[in-house]
Write a protein that binds this ligand. Structure first.
Ligand code: TZP
Ligand code: MG
Length: 236
């Protein structure tokens, strides 16, 4: 399953007034799908369970139309209720191996990691992919403590490259403050050769929230980001 998943332009949703405004999330996600996002995570920290399931079902229909996987942030129960393609768990959520027991081998399970130690544990527990961050400070997740920058992400990618086949097979995306103005520089800096250090494992995608959900034209923003990512080595 994992080998067929395209993580290159990973959309994480946000339902807050500050980013989504008064628009309908499902409309915004459909525009992003039209623009070419390759995977979607429904992230909603405030809705109650009934509303989460209702919105996730609507999102799943749209994602299926574009053959794009839908993951649910935090909530394995919601993913099970909806029958979507998987979940994304943070360090304070259900553990990856526990989620795997509930969801089975065919579903996608991703984990947020900010350090080599967290990456090691998530890989051991069977994560399909790692969301590595936070890259840059962002208004979208104000309370994030772990701003690790390009160097922090490079360290984790280098560790994964050296730590064995399971780590090598685990997919990776970076998250935090990525937008159209910096995405090509970010991708370049993550892989640029440096004297005295190993070349990190190639990243599989970039995850964005406000650069798409907060855009005036989410379709155009997605299509632009997709073109920027696709034309950057190692994606090109
Ligand atoms: N996890 C780490 S940073 C972040 C999440 C969910 C938010 C990223 O938002 P943006 O708008 O792409 O900077
Ligand atoms: Mg979480």
């Amino acid at each position: 399953m994992n080998s067929q998943v395209d993580y290159s332009l990973y959309l994480v949703t946000d339902s807050t007034e500050a980013i989504l405004g008064s628009r309908d999330l499902v409309d915004v996600v459909e525009q992003a799908l039209q623009g070419g996002v390759t995977i979607v995570q429904y992230r909603d920290k405030t809705s109650d369970t009934g509303d989460l399931i209702a919105t996730a079902k609507r999102l799943h229909k749209k994602c299926q139309k574009y053959n794009v996987p839908l993951l649910i942030n935090d909530r394995v129960d919601v993913a099970l209720a909806v029958g979507c393609e998987g979940v994304h768990v943070g360090q304070d959520d259900m553990k990856v191996d526990e989620a795997r027991r509930l969801l089975g081998d065919d579903k996608i399970i991703g984990a947020t990691v900010s350090s080599i130690e967290e990456a090691k544990v998530a890989v051991e527990r069977g994560a399909d992919y790692l969301g590595i961050g936070t890259l840059y400070a962002t208004q979208t997740k104000k309370n994030t403590k772990e701003i690790i920058g390009i160097n922090g992400i490079r360290k984790i990618l280098s560790y994964l490259d050296e730590a064995g086949s399971k780590s090598k097979d685990t997919k990776t995306v970076c998250i935090g403050g990525v937008n159209a103005s910096n995405v090509q520089r970010v991708i370049y800096q993550l892989h640029a050769p440096r004297s005295g250090s190993l070349k990190p494992k190639a990243i599989d995608g970039v995850a964005v929230v406000s650069a798409i959900v907060g855009a005036r034209d989410p379709k155009q923003a997605s299509s632009h980001l997709r073109q920027l990512v696709r034309s950057s080595p190692p994606f090109s």
